[in-house]
Design a protein around this ligand. Structure first.
Ligand code: DON
Length: 311
């Protein structure tokens, strides 16, 4: 898999074009020059580069996972009463469309307004029960116990004025159900969930295979929900750079401000890997929109080289 490694090496120096997220102090401390990649295919073959056991936080990647989980618990139709599936073209934490909108609900579950609404739908009588369900869902997919990074979680809490404003506004419109502070705390915690690149790629593999782990045949979520999640990732997953990403890379992907990106593809042949694949990349230097610069460069390269675009 020398060619994949060559592409990693080609993209790694590009980290100088971005910076580690500075608005959350615990993320700002990460070495911006790190770049890890893990890819796993439906036959269990994998490619790794860098320290794929080093942990990072999911951040916004958690939004697609919590959406899938909540849809599986409540049914897709019920969840779509609270959140739509339209891209915004706005930044992830924008508040501008909350009032001035024809939809009357957040545009999609991958922006903060939609994700906080989804967090309010987690099932359970107590805050602890609500999160345990989500943590278990992730643990079962990855095979690793789900933990959160306490320092990042504390940082989320103290830098969340805009998220609080969004959540209270949604509550006043009766879009957000239940206790606002619980929904916010669920959201802060899910953003702080730690994974490594192997775990993230495994989640991608299951999504790529429509909710069933191809290595064990274990069921996690329905094909119907997987299709919606993939469409959302393609149209809204890379914040307000989703159109460019769909145009020039053309695969479903979701990024987080930690510098991680989860993507999926279906190559005919990619250096010994083939069929449905999950791709995890982690490079903490992000651009002004919030996407990892090294990850985007690498995903573009492999898309071109192995014809990954779905178009
Ligand atoms: O809401 C926040 O501030 C972050 N924890 C969101 C993380 C992120 O990756 C950007 N979201 N779309």
């Amino acid at each position: 898999m020398e060619e994949l490694q060559r592409l990693v090496d080609l993209c790694r120096p590009l980290y100088t074009r971005g910076q580690a997220a500075s608005y959350i102090p615990a993320l700002a401390d990460k070495d911006p020059s790190l770049f890890f990649v893990h890819i796993i295919d439906e036959h269990g073959k994998s490619f790794s580069s860098g320290d794929v056991t080093e942990k990072f936080t999911l951040q916004s990647i958690s939004k697609v996972i919590s959406f899938i989980y909540v849809c599986e618990e409540h049914g897709l139709d019920e969840v779509l009463k609270h959140v739509d599936v339209e891209p915004t073209g706005d930044s992830f934490n924008s508040i501008i469309r909350l009032e001035n909108t024809y939809l009357g609900k957040p545009f999609n579950p991958l922006i903060n307004a939609g994700a906080i609404t989804v967090s309010s739908l987690l099932v359970g009588n107590t805050k602890e029960q609500q999160l345990v369900g989500l943590y278990n869902f992730i643990s079962k997919m990855t095979g690793v116990e789900t933990t959160i990074n306490e320092e990042v979680y504390q940082s989320e809490i103290v830098t969340a004025d805009r998220n609080r404003a969004i959540a209270y506004y949604l509550k006043s419109n009766e879009v957000l159900v239940g206790d606002v502070e619980v929904a916010l705390d669920n959201y802060f915690r899910q953003c702080s969930i730690e994974v490594d690149a192997r775990c993230l790629a495994k989640i991608g593999l299951i999504l790529s295979n429509d909710g069933v782990d191809p290595l064990t045949n274990e069921y996690f979520f329905s094909k119907k929900i997987a299709k919606v999640a993939k469409a959302l990732m393609l149209t809204c997953g890379m914040y307000n750079a989703s159109g460019k990403f769909a145009t020039f890379v053309g695969i479903p992907a979701k990024s987080g401000v930690s510098g991680a990106v989860l993507s999926i593809a279906n190559p005919e042949s990619m250096e010994g890997l083939s069929g449905k694949i999950g791709i995890a990349t982690f490079g903490p230097a992000i651009d002004e929109i919030g996407n990892s610069v090294t990850s985007i460069a690498f995903l573009k390269k492999i898309s071109e080289q192995y014809d990954l675009s779905i178009f």
